[in-house]
Design a protein around this ligand. Sequence first.
Ligand SMILES: Cc1cc2nc3c(=O)[nH]c(=O)nc-3n(C[C@H](O)[C@H](O)[C@H](O)COP(=O)(O)O)c2cc1C
Length: 194
Amino acid sequence: MRDSVNPVDRFNRWFGRARAAHDPMLDIAALATAGANGTPTVRFVLLKQADDRGFVFYTDKRSPKGRMLKENPSAALAFYWDRIDRQVRIEGSVEEVSGEEADRYWASRERGSQFSASASVQSAQLENRADLVARVARLKRTFGDKPIPRPSYWTGFRLRPKRVEFWVRGASRLHQRELFVLTGKRWKRVMLQP
Ligand SMILES: Cc1cc2nc3c(=O)[nH]c(=O)nc-3n(C[C@H](O)[C@H](O)[C@H](O)COP(=O)(O)O)c2cc1C
């Protein structure tokens, strides 16, 4: 193992390259969680921030993923950028962002998304789509042009990375893989076989 650079910096460099290549999956990550019973579940989320504190996405914490993260606050993210032939996998522990941070992001969202998030109980069974549309219409009448407050259940989660793997496609499947593991406060880097 060798001492190495911070994987978040490398993630952001790769993210910049994927953006420059107009990768359609730029900020879309598969998020894997498992609750107390250990059954894994995966779905896509949008990455909203990546810095030394971690990787942030937003959701409805009453959802299955929110419940799982409460029972077992660890998760994994996977990005795949086809335009640059790269994958990044991130594993670590998860914590909720502060109320102020969630408020700031909420305020930056377009109003239509705010109404939708306010009207929906994410992943709860829906008997009738018309009911949901009516709830949105009621909220629009109630709030008019006034600011829509962030629902307390709608928040962000920050994944603090402990393991980050960078994968670059190689010819004849001889891919290049590097794994960064947080040991104490330092990142150690190893190469992995394809
Ligand atoms: C491209 C894409 C981006 C998505 N981004 C988010 C997101 O940022 N937050 C979110 O809660 N759901 C997002 N979803 C919906 C989730 O994939 C999922 O359907 C929803 O969060 C419910 O997941 P759960 O029942 O496992 O909690 C996205 C779906 C797609 C296809």
